[in-house]
Design a protein around this ligand. Sequence first.
Ligand code: ATP
Ligand code: MG
Length: 170
Amino acid sequence: MQVPRWVVVTGVFIAGLFAFFIFFRSLWDVARFAMGQERTFAIIKPDAVAARSTGKIIDRIEQEGFLIKAMKKIDLQKDQAEKFYGVHKDKEFFSDLVAFMTSGPVIVMVLEKVNAVKAWRDLMGSTDPHKAAEGTLRQLFGTSISQNAVHGSDSLQNAEQEISFFFPEL
Ligand code: ATP
Ligand code: MG
């Protein structure tokens, strides 16, 4: 049976549109990379969510020029928290850290900006809120070295790993 000409033409047209779209998306990704745009992974931890500081932290993130590429509110499971903070499994605070991170909902986010990894670490401030610089998120919203309001990836490689851990679709 011969396929009608209009079916072939429509098919080629749709495939062409699709290829055009994919091509320009990749081109855009390359351009962003060339401009130094990066993605990092961030968490608003259970203490800050419980203190109803989510809105203030998100507002600050946007004011500082980050683009929120993805965001969701989740309850971390114990095995997820253990895996996520696996690098600290031999530290004495590990079980407290896992208990804390599973004590209530968290907001997980993918943030984009030029030099996003460093920019987000700078905005968070030092791990210990008492040592964090004035105006940083941990100084403003953290209360102790364990309850320090936010998490941020510490390298570009870890950022990509952490993003795929929570947002495999990206
Ligand atoms: P995060 O990985 O959460 O962004 P960070 O990179 O600043 O924080 P890490 O050394 O990776 O710090 O520690 C991970 C988390 O473990 C800290 O954010 C904190 O919640 C907890 N933690 C770190 N050091 C201590 C400590 N000495 N006592 C209690 N908890 C700690
Ligand atoms: Mg860390």
